[in-house]
Design a protein around this ligand. Structure first.
Ligand SMILES: [Zn+2]
Length: 352
């Protein structure tokens, strides 16, 4: 090798070593501060929650998560032996007329909603098999609504606390049942788990699908996350004749597999993207009311009690558009914090 070539090679090697060194230095200087980012995401969720969404904050930021789907196909104890169902005083709540055309027929913990139209009822969620008879059927009767006019049953997701009465309502009143494709699949896959709860496969929800009855429309939004087929809705109700827009969030806790970076990081992203999607639809429709299928998240049972003392004051469910947005910020902040923890685990495993 000539001297000149050798010196060029030497210079190139020095340059390469320098470049590699500076890349390492750069990597060190921009190394993600996971703790700071996790704290920022948690703080964003806490700030968004205020005192209005403490239940949602506690559920998604503070309580331990299930870590994944239950893949067993067992008949629930309360189906095998109805006497083992939780005691009535742990779940019973009075039905309530909440808006001119929206009625609460849920319990203390889980909610069911009846949207009434000139051509019948659109029912949203159906609670457990052991209390749908008293709460949903009995509630509608107490409120003077015609059971035979239940035309649609929308199931936010196929968990037994929401799908529990769907089979009965379909069989007894001929209601059309709407559910997300993946959750129809789950019901078919686990015949024991859904015993007495499984409606015959019917309408498959799509993003933006409109369910219209008697001039009232519920628009369905696909919000996978809590389950792969979770649905959320936007619709309009009337408050003493005034139109009020509602955003209905159909799935909240982190029930998907989330105890390992793969697929947890991806699953959290699906959940976060869904909350953004729903927040956009809530903003676009001017939603000022946030509803859920758990009182824990929308304070439905407490608000129902406040209705009686409302007088000429504001409707207790009407929070305003900004608060509706804040609901979805709570869910996003908590999900992002949990996703960051998995990213941190992935990174420290790669460095080892
Ligand atoms: Zn659920």
């Amino acid at each position: 090798m000539k001297l000149r070539e050798a010196s060029i090679i030497g210079a190139l090697a020095t340059a390469a070593a320098f470049a590699a060194g500076s890349v390492l230095a750069q990597q060190a200087s921009v190394k993600k501060d996971f703790e700071a980012e996790i704290q920022a995401a948690l703080q964003a969720a806490k700030t968004a929650a205020g005192f209005e969404f403490l239940g949602t904050l506690v559920r998604t930021c503070l309580l331990p998560q299930s870590g994944g789907e239950d893949t067993r196909d067992n008949v629930p104890g309360y189906v095998t032996n109805p006497a083992s169902a939780p005691a009535r005083d742990t779940w019973y709540a009075d039905p309530a007329k909440v808006f001119d055309n929206l009625y609460f027929v849920g319990g203390k913990v889980h909610s069911s909603w009846a949207l009434t139209t000139s051509e019948g009822i659109i029912l949203i969620d159906t609670i457990f098999p052991y209390n749908s008879e008293e709460l949903v059927v009995g509630g509608l009767q107490k409120l003077g609504l015609d059971l035979k006019s239940i035309k649609y049953v929308l199931i936010s997701h196929a968990h037994s606390d929401h799908i529990g009465g769907a089979e009965m309502l379909q069989a007894r009143y001929g209601a059309r049942v709407v559910m997300g494709e993946p959750d129809w699949g789950t019901v078919a896959k686990y015949p024991n788990r859904y015993k007495t709860m499984a409606p015959k496969r019917d309408i498959v929800a799509t993003d933006g699908m409109k369910i219209t009855l008697g001039g009232t429309t519920v628009t369905i939004w696909l919000t996978p996350g809590h389950t792969p087929g979770t649905l959320s809705y936007t619709f309009t109700v009337l408050d003493r004749g005034k139109p009020v827009n509602v955003a209905y969030s159909g799935g909240t806790a982190f029930n998907f597999v989330n105890d390992t970076p793969d697929p947890g990081i991806r699953n959290f992203q699906t959940y976060i993207d869904s909350q953004k999607h729903m927040a956009e639809k809530a903003a676009a429709t001017g939603a000022t009311v946030l509803l859920s299928n758990h009182s824990e998240f929308d304070n439905a049972v407490n608000k129902n009690r406040m209705l009686a003392g409302r007088g000429n004051g504001p409707h207790p469910y009407e929070l305003g558009a900004e608060w509706v947005q804040r609901y979805f910020e709570v869910m996003q902040g908590c999900a992002r914090a949990a996703q960051l923890r998995l990213e941190q685990r992935l990174e420290s495993a790669a460095r080892r």
